[in-house]
Design a protein around this ligand. Structure first.
Ligand SMILES: C[S@@+](CC[C@H](N)C(=O)[O-])C[C@H]1O[C@@H](n2cnc3c(N)ncnc32)[C@H](O)[C@@H]1O
Length: 269
């Protein structure tokens, strides 16, 4: 399998996009926002449905913002959403992070959110991001760290969900514990000026818990997570349904807590 044939563990089912479209620059890229000044050009790689990308366009206008994704269906969704926003400095295209179709030094900022964890060659991807960033520009990356996640109550179904998620991602030769590896990957890609940080997503209010539980209860039975788990022989429909029920049970716990740590780096070119 070549890097270009990487398998994306989540796919783009509604239950996945429900999660990704909730993302904003404020809740997912606060570490980068202070660097985004008017007039900068931004490339957002693996932009998905592009809600973070659209916020970037507002922050750097009139600078141009381009969102890129390998999946044409999500590029179409992002393009349709962007048309409703009437942001004339925002566009979306298909493209591959390993082989960006741009000259060297094209963008002031090159960003990827929750993308490197899905790749078989995150260091190669960072090298390519660095190539298209201007000298003095920024490569900004943020990824969750799955084994760093913690939750309460300690339901066995959630432990089993974590075990299956790890097994599935690793079957796709990806690295779900990406957050803790970002500095290492950036150093290996040749960066020497790296500013690390971290920020959490927390689901612990009734509203946030219900939302997060609903997303995962649906994802484990309806999304590519379910299809790939069964196709690889890692889980059957019965186990997936138990995981889904476990997520729903967690979502009704009045004292429920789910913490997702994210690693972040600002790497200067
Ligand atoms: C977890 S989603 C993140 C989407 C968005 N950045 C966000 O945070 O909402 C990862 C995205 O990376 C895309 N992707 C995976 N491999 C890619 C590659 N080799 N080149 C470009 N995009 C890729 C997937 O199609 C998916 O839309």
């Amino acid at each position: 399998m070549s890097a270009q044939e990487d398998i994306y563990t989540h796919g783009h089912h509604e239950s996945v996009l429900r999660s990704h479209t909730s993302r904003t620059a404020a809740n997912s890229a606060a570490y980068l926002v202070p660097h985004l000044t008017h007039g900068l050009s931004v490339l957002d790689v693996g932009a998905g449905p592009g809600t973070i990308t659209a916020d970037f366009a507002r922050l750097v206008a009139p600078g141009q913002v381009l969102g890129l994704d390998r999946a044409p269906e999500v590029v179409a969704a992002a393009t349709a959403h962007a048309a409703e926003l009437h942001l004339n400095n925002l566009s979306f295209e298909t493209g591959n992070i390993y082989d960006l179709d741009f000259p060297d030094g094209e963008f002031d900022v090159v960003h990827a959110h929750q993308v490197l964890q899905h790749l078989t060659d995150p260091i190669g991807a960072l090298r390519e991001m660095r190539r298209v960033a201007k000298p003095g520009g920024i490569v900004a990356v943020r990824d969750a760290d799955f084994h760093g996640m913690s939750w309460y109550p300690q339901l066995p179904e959630l432990d089993d969900w974590m075990d299956l998620y790890q097994e599935l991602a690793r079957h796709n030769r990806a690295e779900p514990d990406a957050g803790r590896r970002l500095v290492h990957w950036a150093q290996a890609a040749g960066f020497t000026d790296i500013t690390p940080s971290s920020a959490n997503w927390l689901y612990a209010t009734d509203e946030d818990r219900a939302w997060h539980a609903g997303v995962w209860a649906d994802r484990v039975v309806h999304s590519a997570f379910a299809e790939q788990s069964m196709a690889y022989g890692l889980a059957d429909a019965g186990r997936l349904q138990e995981l889904s029920d476990g997520w729903r049970e967690w979502g009704t716990a009045p004292d429920g807590w789910f913490l997702i740590p994210n690693g972040e780096i600002i790497a200067r070119v």
